[in-house]
Unconditional design. Structure first.
Length: 77
C-alpha cells in the first residue's frame, strides 16, 4: 500500500484534481500508508484497524475528488 500511495502521489494528475487540496491529501495518504506498513509489523489489532480505517477514508476522499459526486459513484461506509 505504501508503494502504491507513493507512486500515486508522484504521478501527474488530471487538470480537475491538480490542486493543492488534492496534493495535500495524496501526501497525507502516502504518510498514512507508510505508518500503516510499520504498524502492521508490530501494532495491536485495534491500532491496525484504526489505521486501516483512516487509509480507507482518505482514499475515498481522493476518489470523490477524482470522480466527483455527480459521476455516479456511490459513497459507502
Amino acid at each position: 500500500m505504501a508503494a502504491a500511495a507513493e507512486r500515486w502521489a508522484s504521478a501527474s494528475m488530471p487538470e480537475k484534481v491538480d490542486n493543492e487540496e488534492t496534493k495535500a491529501k495524496l501526501q497525507q495518504l502516502q504518510s498514512a500508508a507508510s505508518a500503516f506498513d510499520d504498524l502492521v509489523k508490530g501494532g495491536d489489532s485495534q491500532e491496525i484497524g484504526n489505521s486501516l480505517t483512516e487509509l480507507h477514508d482518505l482514499f475515498h476522499e481522493l476518489q470523490e475528488a477524482w470522480y466527483g459526486a455527480a459521476g455516479g459513484h456511490e459513497e459507502h461506509h
